[in-house]
Design a protein around this ligand. Sequence first.
Ligand SMILES: Cc1ncc(COP(=O)(O)O)c(C=O)c1O
Length: 368
Amino acid sequence: MNGYTISDRVLSVELSGIRKFFQAAKPGSVNLTLGQPDLDTPQHIKDAAIHAIQEGYCGYTFNAGLPELRSAISDKLDRENDLSYTPDQVIVTAGAGEALYIAFQSLVNPGDAVVYTDPGFVSYAECTKLASGRGRPLPLTSDLCIDVEQAKEVMDGARLFVLNSPCNPTGTVESAETIRAIVEYADDKGICVISDEVYEHFVYGDTKHVSAAQFGDNVLTINAASKTYAMTGWRLGFVAGPSEYIDECIKVHQYCQTCATSISQHAALAAYTGDQSCVTQMKNTYEHRRDILYDGLTRLGFSFKCPEGAFYAFVPMASLFPALLDIGVIGVPGDAFGECGAPYVRFSYASADAVLHEAVARIEKIVG
Ligand SMILES: Cc1ncc(COP(=O)(O)O)c(C=O)c1O
């Protein structure tokens, strides 16, 4: 054989730093790396999946998803997000991850600039490279928020602006004013906003989540059942937006995925149409866990912004990272989320109370 043939595009892509540290944790470690709820998928959702298997719903569905599920998502977007998308403007995908991928593939031409925050979720930079675009990171303020004026400068000549509120890894929930200003400016400049809202239901205290598409038409809304209903392994998400975009995104979806898993689609139908009290319970659980971690670390002298949403604490303690590995408390180094994340470590608090107390107790040993 005369050498392996790999595209330059794929060679330029990095494996996620999150998974690397998750897999490297030694036995007995307190592992706070993954954004994976430890809570179980609610029973009525599992029952719907079991029923779907028993009824033999095991074949392909329409590419864009079951009509009744697309309708349920359209209703959900109206009810919860004040957005009006017809079922035809929704594609059901294999998680928000696939929704992001098909959106980038459909909208980005080689060399196009894509703006995303630094720090920001790992997929945005890598999906940009996979679409042969050029990443244009937008540094956040010291308070880990978007500065609108700086965002406008960075947006100059860009193709896409990726907004993620509540944000992974920072836990920031951007204000309605910031979101409105970005969407309106982007609309003026012909830039599409991709609004990744997978943590929409996990916002704490008086904080409110606002959907970007309320403020303009040039927006693709991305979401998933993954975090909302503790369904990360079911691989079920969606993208909704103007037909002009959706009619193109479906082509990429068709050739990379065909359709989302039929059984997961039936489960998601039960999730989106069923009793939503499970979501409130999960939110309350995460809020309590956030308090354990935030109160514990601030008591030890760490000073950082209390996360308003998602389930991550982004703590400026990178210099302690080797010591954290020694005592078996595993987070993700902040530079996995962009250069500006370097001073931080991200801890997921989607873990049991006892695990979080143990993490704080171990950290106390190195700072005490
Ligand atoms: C901000 C953000 N967007 C998208 C995803 C991908 O979600 P899914 O599991 O639905 O593909 C994640 C997963 O951690 C995330 O944090």
